[in-house]
Design a protein around this ligand. Sequence first.
Ligand SMILES: Nc1ncnc2c1ncn2[C@@H]1O[C@H](COP(=O)(O)OP(=O)(O)O)[C@@H](O)[C@H]1O
Ligand SMILES: [Mg+2]
Length: 248
Amino acid sequence: MNATPKNPTPVPRAEIVKLEGVGRSYGAGDLSVHALRGVDLAVRSGELAALAGPSGSGKSTLLNLVAVLDRPTVGRVVVDGVDTGTLSPAGTSRLRRDRIGFVFQTYNLIPVLTAFENAEYVLMLQGRPAAERRERVMAVLEVVGLAGLERRFPRELSGGQQQRVAIARAIAAEPALVLADEPTANLDTRTAGALLDLMVGLNEDKGVTFLFSTHDPEVMSRARRVVRLRDGVVEADEVRAPAARARS
Ligand SMILES: Nc1ncnc2c1ncn2[C@@H]1O[C@H](COP(=O)(O)OP(=O)(O)O)[C@@H](O)[C@H]1O
Ligand SMILES: [Mg+2]
């Protein structure tokens, strides 16, 4: 990836994620835990936004709501213009399959599938023809720096390489939004930095929208927008000048 500055022409962008008065509680009565409390948040198409906050602040809960893996106790979660509370099970599956990519802290690659097959997975679910799948997978593996490693199984790849496969899988179908829950948590500092470079590059060069969580200040410092959660509340929402792209 090169460091060519992009034309900063502002384009009106759609809100791909909108949370309105969102609360999520677990349990009932005196024992209930309020994981999120009255969260309002909008993420626009084309953003790279970090969800920051200490352990237990509600980051995973928020991402799970946006991923429609969970439902709010109160409030509305709108993803890609759809109120997720109104979706049927089939509609939920379609939204998740066609519009959202996921990257997990623990990679979640399928161990018996190669890097190629893992990256191909969503395209298979979408029923895309083999030739198109092959073309797209080879292109995304190249983008994430894994050209030549297509036939490796996850156990034959380093943690950083496995996370790159997870990113390839998440972006292969060109989703409107990529969600990542602490994607760098299991990586050493240098590998985490390289992964962030990759995400920043995909955001700037290909317009991929990312909403990812982290509690690593170094990772946070690379995001243009940082939404800070504390005890289930948005404590700060800062948009900063983009950091220079690190050389790796
Ligand atoms: N399934 C659950 N049942 C009960 N409490 C939960 C559950 N998931 C999360 N919590 C609680 O909700 C709060 C927020 O958790 P979480 O969203 O995982 O935070 P983070 O990802 O920022 O570490 C924590 O107090 C956590 O213990
Ligand atoms: Mg978490």
